[in-house]
Design a protein around this ligand. Structure first.
Ligand code: PLP
Length: 392
């Protein structure tokens, strides 16, 4: 019996463990310190009531012989796949019925989709970025190359023709930088991928935070994307489903590589390794896309975004460079005074009792940067903002 040795190549992820350790050391020495956590990447508001009601109703159906459901369809129930299509249509993207696959979350499908690809593909990952893209490919033994996100390109790097990549990750709006690609920015990547027969894995987990019509919610708003991109999305941040688990992956029917349909390969993969998402959860997810559901989600997102906006406003006042703060729950700021990410973490914890996330945990280019989020409560964010206003 031999283990997958690629796991040895994974870098230990100390980020959140180190944050927790430093915080508990600090609290041991200062038990009454009024610490505010703005490092949180999880939602905190409860599910929209319309989703809860739909899941209650679906649970009752499961207890009645006539409405009980066993295994569902591998790609998801038609009622939810159609609801997702309707949502895309609302911002001008027409999907085909079979393009949509229901998933149990974006992280799961970001990882699982790699089953389709050979080991000897080169993977291009922007730095800094959501660490799952790198780790899942390292586990599979793939070569990972990086493209630099930085202040000059607003953390939305353009393709570099000298880099030969087969699989390209794009996350917009981005975690951790909150930066969002314009249609023109995405078009450059779409053209690059189509020219080289490469594939884009587009993570749209934060699309619901986009309010500015200049920014696309979906890569399929860009001409040519149907022949080069898979889009992975989630209801986690849209509707508070981080603990409920549901998302969707779009693989256009006409997307082919190596002479094969990726949509058909994925269906084959899912019917072998996946028995679908629970009927109850899919009913809750479908409720997200009703007019009432969309309104409730919008209200929750507006709450987080107001928190984020307040944080960004202090940075504006202080003339501190940041990305995000709008169209995103994240604010990604340059640590003042040329401080390193962890130095700034210690300063905020010790002097302001605020916990955030050091940017260096998201890649080399994150050094010197820091992530704050709008996922906290309004009251706590207001206090944090006042403290930042005094110290920064
Ligand atoms: N993609 C990005 C960029 C994320 O930041 C996250 C979670 O923080 C996910 C995917 C995970 O989404 P899900 O909860 O649907 O697995």
């Amino acid at each position: 019996m031999k283990l997958n040795k690629n796991f040895r190549n994974l870098q230990d992820s100390y980020l959140f463990a180190t944050i927790a350790n430093r915080l508990s050391d600090y609290l041991a020495a200062h038990p009454d310190a009024p610490v505010i956590k703005l490092g949180i990447g999880d939602v905190t508001l409860p599910l929209p009531q319309v989703c809860v009601q739909a899941m209650e109703e679906a649970s009752r159906e499961m207890g009645v012989k006539e409405t009980f459901k066993g295994y569902g369809d591998y790609p998801g129930y038609p009622f939810l796949r159609e609801a997702v299509r309707g949502y895309y249509r609302s911002y001008g993207v027409e999907l085909k019925a079979n393009d949509v696959f229901i998933s149990d979350g974006a992280k799961n499908d970001v990882a699982n989709i790699l089953d389709l690809f050979a080991q000897d593909n080169t993977v291009l990952v922007p730095d800094p970025v959501y660490p799952v893209y790198v780790d899942t490919n390292v586990m599979a033994g793939r070569k990972v190359v990086y493209i630099s996100g930085n202040a000059e390109n607003g953390f939305t790097p353009s393709p570099d023709p000298s880099i030969d990549a087969d699989i390209i990750y794009i996350c917009s709006p981005n975690n951790p930088t909150g930066a969002v690609y314009t249609k023109e920015g995405l078009k450059e990547w779409v053209d690059y991928a189509n020219e080289r027969q490469a594939l884009i894995l587009f993570d749209a987990a934060y699309e619901a935070f986009i309010e500015d019509p200049a920014y696309p919610h979906s890569i399929y708003e860009v001409e040519g994307a149907r022949t080069c991109a898979i889009e992975i999305c989630s209801l986690s941040k849209t509707a508070g489903f981080t603990g409920t688990r549901c998302g969707y992956t779009i693989i256009p029917e006409e997307l082919e590589r190596d002479g094969e349909s990726l949509n058909q390969l994925w269906l084959r993969r899912q019917s072998t390794k996946h028995n679908g998402v629970s009927y109850i959860i899919q009913r809750g997810a479908a409720a997200v896309f009703t007019p009432e559901g969309l309104a409730q989600c919008k209200e929750n997102i507006a709450y987080y975004k107001e928190n984020t906006r307040m944080l960004a406003k202090v940075l504006d006042e202080k003339g501190i460079f940041y990305t995000g703060g709008k169209n995103s729950p994240y604010v990604w700021l340059k640590a003042p005074g040329g401080k390193k990410s962890w130095e700034f973490f210690d300063l905020l914890l010790n002097d302001l009792n605020i916990v955030g996330t050091p940017g260096s945990g998201f890649g080399e280019n994150g050094e010197g940067y820091f992530r704050l989020t709008g996922f906290g409560s309004r009251e706590q964010t207001e206090i944090a903002v006042e403290r930042l206003r005094k110290l920064l």
